[in-house]
Design a protein around this ligand. Structure first.
Ligand code: TXA
Ligand code: MG
Length: 346
């Protein structure tokens, strides 16, 4: 399949009949899959009401079929068709954070969406992205759009159109290139189907921000305890992984250098994932700077690009610094831990 590529200037005013957006939306209406930028990561979109369309997402990504997808909407009016009722807390959170990087798991109206979107669950994950290109594509298609991150399953999520092309060229109908995404980690997934909201995946909207609106929330045990199976099906898979093994090291720069030297003596090519503040403290085959430690949002924003860069550098082993788990740091550490398959050197 030839993958079309459209360039859209995300910072300019988008007209309702922008030809690039219209062509992408038409392909979605024809039940093809198209990648587009959101404020978190690039999504791989398809008509959420059509099983043939949704099946193409799983096929292109090589995604396990028990892992349900997030449905993206552009307007609140679309909720009525999909959701059986909106709990009060969910409504408050929508008012505060939509459009934005918060996905809410809500009770699903039966029979409206393809069962492949929800992987057979009675709930559905929904969000309204805060990105002009994503919103215009969805609005122009006039459909709820199922969209996981537009990467091959297991690889770091794409924060640039080049990442999407690298993984999915020839496997999907098109890519809307709107430049790099902003937040850089996926949306926060919050279940709102029980008494108290439950954090299923940390992401762009922080736990602290949610609690300021909704009061105390629960955290899925699967996120914090090794032997628990996460409620959010997607969280149990190895994810975001570069080709070389990755270890997160605690104990500061001197300790990390010592580890790197140890691997070096075994004849390995070593990569180090660090921050602007610490980059000068290391010597290794490949040193990748990922934002500023003093501003974890910059780390989130460049994390996946940094993880991907180790593949090109052809290192045998990657050592990463560790980050505080406050604010967006919770999402950064969650993704790093997955990329490392849980390997932490203390
Ligand atoms: O930022 C994002 O959320 C990106 C962009 C493209 O919007 N999308 C994204 O989608 O990350 P995906 O499919 O890669 O992640 C969906 C997550 C998975 O962890 C999945 O298990 C969970 O949401 N999920 C989806 N439906 C669910 C449901 N009904 N109950 C619990 N978890 C659900
Ligand atoms: Mg993903």
């Amino acid at each position: 399949m030839k993958t079309r590529r459209w360039f859209v200037d995300s910072s300019a005013e988008l007209s309702t009949n922008n030809p690039q957006i219209t062509q992408a939306a038409e392909l979605l209406q024809q039940n093809e899959v198209v990648a587009f930028p959101t404020e978190t990561v690039y999504g791989l979109g398809a008509n959420a009401e059509n099983t043939e369309a949704v099946a193409k997402i799983y096929e292109a990504k090589g995604r396990p079929s028990d892992n349900p997808l997030i449905v993206h909407i552009s307007d609140i009016g679309q909720l009525d068709r999909i959701i059986s009722y909106i709990p009060e807390t969910a409504e408050k959170l929508m008012r505060e954070f939509w459009p934005g990087a918060l996905t809410l798991v809500l009770p699903c109206k039966p029979g409206m969406l393809s069962p492949r979107v929800t992987a057979g669950l009675s709930t559905v994950a929904i969000r309204m992205p805060d990105h002009p290109v994503a919103l215009s594509v969805i609005r122009s298609a006039g459909l709820p759009i199922a969209a996981p991150s537009a990467n091959l399953s297991g690889k770091p999520s794409p924060t640039k159109a080049e990442h999407v092309a690298h993984d999915l060229n020839g496997r999907i109908a098109g890519i809307v290139d709107g430049g790099p995404t902003g937040i850089g980690v996926e949306s926060t997934v919050l279940s709102c189907t029980g008494e108290q909201p439950v954090l299923l995946r940390p992401g762009g909207v922080t736990k602290e921000q949610i609690e300021a609106i909704a009061g105390p929330i629960l955290v899925d045990k699967g996120l914090t305890e090794d032997d628990e199976i996460p409620i959010s099906p997607g969280m149990k898979y190895t994810h975001y992984a570069p080709s070389a093994p990755l270890a997160i090291a605690e104990g500061g720069a001197a300790r990390i250098q010592e580890l790197a030297d140890g691997y070096k003596r075994q004849g390995k090519r070593i990569g180090i994932l660090t921050t602007e503040e610490n980059a000068g403290l290391y010597h290794a085959d490949f040193i990748k700077v990922c934002g500023k430690r003093a501003d974890l949002e910059t780390v989130a924003s460049s994390l996946y690009d940094a993880l991907r860069s180790f593949d090109e550098a052809e290192v045998d082993m990657i050592i990463s610094e560790s980050f505080p788990d406050t604010g967006v740091g919770l999402a950064v550490m969650n993704r790093l831990m997955k990329a490392a398959g849980g390997t932490v050197i203390r």
